[in-house]
Write a protein that binds this ligand. Sequence first.
Ligand SMILES: [Zn+2]
Length: 228
Amino acid sequence: MYLNPVYILFALPALLLGLYAQFKVQSTFKKYLRVANARGITGIAAAQELLAVSGLSHVTVEGARGTLSDHYDPRSKTLRLSQAVAGQPSIASVAVVAHEIGHAIQDATGYTPMKLRSGLVPLVNIGSYLGPILFMLGLFAANSQLAWLGVIGFSSAAVFALVTLPVELNASSRALELLQSSGIVVGQEMAAAKSVLDAAALTYVAALAQALSTLLYYVSLLGGFRRD
Ligand SMILES: [Zn+2]
């Protein structure tokens, strides 16, 4: 791998932040999956209750394979919950469920950053596919315009990560409000639920840092290329 100073200064810290965030989200989730919530309510029961109070009875709840695979699918209006989240009466379960219902509320209320994020998906797919190809072609053909076009392709991933951040943070703040107002989480459990959601948020911050540092790395390669 070509280790230029930009890589060491930016990409490596971003990579380490990403690894730390992954470790943090998994360890925090595991920790609070073992801590029962005071009401003894499972993830699936909490989902049904929170969907009902949010006026989202049209949302269906299904199982999802794997760990931390919980998500809300806006196209099919489906909330998919992993086995551990659905079945355990833990603080982690209800925190994850409330976060996903936060996304369902964003969808139902037409929350702009979420619409923007969905709209970006095809663009990001094209950009991240064509970006590396155009960049390499530009380098080989000594055509800086072509290489810059590749960088623009790469930048779509950074824009996507940037738009994802407010969507995720907003879903988590809606989740905490829901958990409190419904009384599913009480007293000191609130801080525990927040730490689960904060750990998840850190992974999105790390993803943005990684996308930006990758972009910077390629721009720096082009900087050297132009001097030659
Ligand atoms: Zn989310």
